[in-house]
Design a protein around this ligand. Structure first.
Ligand code: SIN
Length: 268
């Protein structure tokens, strides 16, 4: 396998990779794909034919797979689970800027989606680069945030999200964790900003009301168009993104249409 055919999506992040069969990669190809994942943060491989066991094998190359605590797995294929929004459904899972499971002490490395059914238009996913969010902050803010920690909990937004899913387990969503606001990516050593609006509650030592203006400023800063990319899915596209370096946001703009994804969560 020679060099990959990589087509960047935007200046800030994201790339499509063509000409790779994700279900049959030799070591050299895998290394190149992994390198592209760390560099572009979100990679998409169109035209893949992946039955559930092959999709899981793809995910396992990145790390162990996490069993979703609130969504039932696809029968016989745990921990693969589904995101399905039908023509009559109102809520799209993930319709807010977030990094997954940051309300847990150890939040996962990556999320992978495999598109089974996509609407003819709409249902794109937005991503925002948290390396850039940190690096483009004024130095005074970097210094202010460096020692700070924040409490991340589930919110009514997430509770509503999981309860609306057809494969919801009906469990009360719990959890809460304190994280550094400036994180160091374990593989690249670069700093990222973590203050995701879907789950952050307050900075430690500050009330929610005192924290709100700073959270609002950091959210606006982190999701400026220059920090983001938008991906339009096609059926059979496989994607994976680095949850340690990105926020993501599933756009809910396909009312009356259908979208169905197979999904994996990769642990650290
Ligand atoms: C999510 O993982 O939050 C959902 C992303 C998507 O469906 O585009």
């Amino acid at each position: 396998m020679g060099k990959l055919d990589i087509r960047p999506l935007a200046g800030s992040l994201g790339a499509e990779i063509h000409g790779v069969d994700a279900g049959d990669m030799d070591e050299e190809t895998w290394r190149a794909v992994h390198e592209a994942y760390l560099k572009y943060l979100a990679i998409f491989l169109p035209g893949q034919k992946l039955a559930p066991p092959q999709f899981k094998a793809w995910g396992e190359r990145f790390g162990p797979l996490l069993t979703h605590p609130y969504l039932k797995p696809l029968e016989g294929h745990a921990p693969l689970h589904e995101l399905y929004k039908g023509p009559g459904d109102k809520i799209a899972f993930g319709g807010e800027w977030h990094a997954d499971f940051t309300f847990l002490p150890q939040f996962p490395q990556a999320i992978s989606l495999y598109a089974r059914i996509v609407p003819p238009y709409g249902g794109d996913t937005l991503f925002a680069n948290r390396y850039l969010a940190y690096e483009t902050l004024p130095q005074s803010y970097q210094q202010l945030l460096e020692p700070m920690e924040a409490l991340f909990t589930i919110t009514p937004y997430y509770e509503g999200n999981v309860q609306s899913m057809r494969n919801a387990m009906g469990r009360q969503v719990d959890g809460g964790a304190v994280h550094r606001v400036v994180q160091t990516h374990p593989e690249t050593g670069r700093k990222t900003l973590l203050a995701c609006p879907a789950f952050i509650r307050n900075f430690i030592g500050m009330t929610e009301a005192e924290s709100r203006p700073l959270i609002e400023y950091l959210t606006k800063h982190s999701t400026r168009p220059e920090m983001t990319a938008r991906y339009r899915w096609a059926r059979d596209t496989l994607g994976i993104w680095d949850n340690r370096a990105l926020y993501h946001y599933a756009i809910n703009d396909y009312a009356g249409m259908e979208r169905h994804m197979h999904r994996l969560v990769v642990e650290r």
